[in-house]
Write a protein that binds this ligand. Structure first.
Ligand code: NAD
Length: 291
């Protein structure tokens, strides 16, 4: 069934996601403060104009403050009952506030952040993790499946963001652990390949090792083999770990590794920004070793 959609935020992720919705036969009106809508996406002069006749509003914005500002701006312009689906990665607390504001204005809401990066957005192979009601998830599901390969309903408002930051906290901590192990192997005279051959088939196995291996050689497609060009940029990992750290502190959770990983990635991303894949942190660990 064809749906009339508003898509707000047409950056690295939003533009290909909107293109895939057009490809699936939906009418998409797009708005971005800076970027121009791609082929097939009807341009709107403002976010409010884009949402005015939409059945579903999808947003893909940098941070929680942008999402809350957008909702304050456009909620009065939307038709009652419109479904707002925010796919940005934002604080769990901001996601819950966005839900509350949408519902208070007579709308319905879902948080649906993604994993899979720009490559997944282009190929429509993203994984969505959604938070909100059963009806809202069921209604959004065909749209999410037009942009991705999997959509998981994680629970009520904010549960999608919660799943996203928990997953990325595992990823950040495990990338640091794998990188430290390779630097330790170097100091012990153990080759990268030998450590990889053992750990990738033993209990040290994880995505950070066997897919995104931080040293060149063992996994030819990993960013380490192309001088750490992203991939998943260090700045995005620092952002996601910052969101995890906010949630850890707010919940009084004693997660020493998660908090330490957030600090290490914040320092590292301050130097390399979005130019380097997050696995490049192995170079920092190596440089700082032996002091
Ligand atoms: P981006 O900076 O490329 O795009 C964001 C877009 O939002 C920009 O074009 C900007 O002009 C626009 N924008 C900002 N405020 C706006 C407003 N009020 N109205 C309309 N447009 C507005 O960022 P991105 O890489 O596309 O990431 C978007 C979100 O997806 C972020 O929350 C990010 O954490 C998350 N994410 C990104 C990746 C990735 O690999 N890039 C992966 C997973 C999740």
């Amino acid at each position: 069934m064809s749906t009339t959609l508003a898509f707000i935020g047409l950056g690295h992720m939003g533009a290909p996601m909107a293109a895939n919705l057009v490809k699936a036969g939906h009418r998409v009106r797009g708005y971005d403060l800076v970027a121009m809508p791609g082929p097939g996406v009807e341009p709107a002069d403002s976010a409010s104009e884009a949402v005015a006749d939409a059945d579903v509003v999808i947003s893909m914005l940098p941070a929680g403050r942008h999402v809350l500002a957008l909702y304050d701006d456009v909620l009065p312009a939307a038709r009652p009952g419109t479904l707002f689906v925010d796919c940005s990665t934002i604080d769990v607390a901001d996601a819950r506030t966005a839900h509350e504001r949408a519902v208070a204005a007579g709308m319905r809401a879902l948080d649906a952040p993604v994993s899979g990066g720009v490559v997944g957005a282009e190929a429509a192979t993203l994984t969505f993790m959604a938070g909100g009601g059963d009806t809202e998830f069921a209604e959004a599901r065909p749209l999410l499946e037009a942009m991705g390969k999997k959509a998981v309903h994680c629970g009520g408002p904010g549960a999608g963001q919660a799943a996203k930051i928990c997953n990325n906290m595992i990823l950040g901590v495990s990338m640091i652990a794998v990188s430290e192990a390779f630097v330790l192997a170097e100091s012990l005279g153990l080759s990268h390949q030998a450590l990889y051959d053992v750990a990738s088939t033993a209990s040290g196995q994880c995505w950070a090792l066997s897919v995104n291996c931080p040293v060149p050689g063992p996994v030819p497609a990993s960013p380490a083999n192309r001088d750490y060009r992203p991939g998943f940029a260090a700045s995005l990992m620092a952002k996601d770990l910052g969101l995890a750290a906010n949630a850890l502190r707010a919940g009084g959770v004693r997660a020493e590794l998660g908090l330490r990983a957030a600090d290490l990635y914040a320092d590292y991303a301050e130097r390399v920004g979005s130019d380097e894949d997050f696995s490049g942190i192995v170079r920092t660990i190596r440089e700082q070793s032996g002091d």
